[in-house]
Design a protein around this ligand. Sequence first.
Ligand code: HEC
Ligand code: HEC
Length: 334
Amino acid sequence: MIAGYAVPDFISEFWHFYIAGITIVSIIWVMWFLKGQTTRKLAPGEQAELMAPTWDGDLQELNNPLPRWWLYLFWFLIVFGIVYLVLYPGLGKFEGVWNWSSADQFKSEKDRLDAAFNKEFEPFRAMDVMAVAGDPKAKEMGQRLYLTYCSQCHGSGGQGSKDFPNLTDTQWLFGGDADSVKNSVANGRLGVMPAMGDAVGGEAGAREVANYVLALGGKPHDAALAAAGKDKYAACAGCHGEQGKGMPEANFPNIVDDAWMYGSSEAAIIESIMRGRNGGMPAFQEKLGDDKIHLLAAYVWGMGGGQQPPAPVTEAPVAEAAAAAEMPAAAPAQ
Ligand code: HEC
Ligand code: HEC
């Protein structure tokens, strides 16, 4: 209820009167009841009446009036309730003369905290992620954020677990340079791989393809099975590429390197194929905003596995390759 929090919850006037009415009638009833119970005083010398038979030998219920202090406590609570309902919202849609709302209070507290955070964050805003990663103060702030928002999935030390990638090693599913890490945190990574059992001819086919994947990655494998799996791998190439290198930018993982989320054993690969995989890294952009993500990306980058940005892959290599081959760099298409 942040946007439009001033809108009352009631969709029709009826509920406003209904609830306010019940509240007011209850208060009046309680006052009436209390008064009815307390006006009677014992005349001098009068004995309180016995209200019920005696229990347990000597336990009796008498109709003495309530002790005064107890009574005053009730009246005090009623007055408190009325004053409260005048000052604060509580009576139907009446907002109270102080115009207080929990949303306003939340907002002002949040603004105050944000202002404090902004002041602390100020020096890091202009620094790049790798530089921020080296700053002890930023690390402390980043760690606090990490423990709050990330540790439940990636572990308090970032070591991950099955289904949740390790963030401290140098193996990255989606890139370990500062921008890629930032991208993972800000936009999330939703990996959706359908179950492929039918496409590869069941469990036996999956075993063949798994061995082909292991072969592509240069890992120990069964050559006969791998050969049989080569054609079936066509079902996978659309996402993981002919060579199994994937497309990290589209969240299709490389399956020929050493970065595995679900395991690189034959059994784990078969399981990936048969069951499909749906890893979900939530997007944090909206929840945390640029500044906190900047700190978090730096903290993660600094956990030990941070990599340098990849060399630009556009012009330079083409130009170099062209120069090496003594050809004009940008030969017009013919
Ligand atoms: C529609 C695209 C798509 C197809 C087709 C597909 N995959 Fe995947 N695969 C993915 C995605 C996305 C992931 C990552 C899932 C995640 O992040 O949880 C994945 C994950 C995997 C993994 C786990 C990687 C790890 O790190 O543990 C293996 C192994 C794998 N795929 C093998 C295959 C094989 C073999 C085939 C063909 C039979 C195949 N995939 C077909 C998209 C696909
Ligand atoms: C709900 C569990 C969950 C939470 C919370 C979570 N992550 Fe993730 N994270 C994942 C999963 C699952 C993946 C792998 C995504 C995939 O399968 O496609 C991932 C992937 C990543 C990656 C990419 C790793 C790689 O190898 O490229 C980074 C970086 C990352 N998370 C950082 C964070 C940070 C920082 C936070 C806290 C702001 C966070 N995560 C919170 C589940 C989570």
